[in-house]
Design a protein around this ligand. Sequence first.
Ligand code: ATP
Ligand code: MG
Length: 266
Amino acid sequence: MDVGIDAGGTLIKVAYTQKGKVHFEKYPIAEIEQVAHWVNKLDDCQVCVTGGKSGVLISLLDRPAQEMMEFEATHLGVQVLLEESGDLEDAYLITNVGTGTSIHCIQDNAQERLGGTGVGGGTLIGLSHLLTGVTHYDEIIALASQGSRDRIDLKVKHIYEGKEPPIPGELTASNFGQNFLAISDELTTEELLATVIGLVGETVSTVSVQAARQCRSSTIVYIGSSFIDNPLLKEVVTSYTILRGSVPVFPKNGEYSGAVGAMSAI
Ligand code: ATP
Ligand code: MG
């Protein structure tokens, strides 16, 4: 049995083969000891670990494990997933929206990190909690999908009143930028959460599209657990990426890219 583990800042992602079939599991980082215990109990297996918490996990294992650099594991995993779905191109970008966001250019079979932003899945949870008191990811995304950003975000067309704007009027001029002081008590949890997701989605897609200028391709492969069951984030990222002239791709099981890469390196 081959086991690949990506221990990130928020979640541990596990990919393993059993009887020729690949299985995926995820756990909160607080359960790192339980994951180590599960690995320690397996007989006859090979393990490869990646991610920012790989050192912590390895220290809890009582068997030898390979360690792989996170960005290399992500690249290899994305390549495997895109090959499976028939979407693999010569060159593309990877934007990994994890706790934070990291952007990579893949060309000539090598990955180069182009940059990133501290706005990511951690921002989604943290800002949502501070603004509304809602704590759980599932609840945040369910409520956000029922909200509208219309009363909170300022669009370009709001500034260019009665005049043709030089850029698309539907673009956001300022996230949370409307003059809503008079109605701030009326704003609903759903509206606030939808606007947080708008902020995260527009930031990660804007930075990605700009990074694409430094890469031969304009295909952006979006991965990371922030997209799990999160159609609103996908929608914001998709429409912003297309509007700015790039092509978004969301591979199936993309949140397991690091774990799949680690497993494939065994
Ligand atoms: P990093 O790569 O930055 O070290 P990570 O690998 O732990 O972090 P991911 O697992 O890709 O990051 O994504 C974490 C984000 O996924 C969270 O910040 C949150 O927005 C979202 N998420 C999805 N499902 C859950 C969940 N069950 N619990 C908590 N967060 C979740
Ligand atoms: Mg990660």
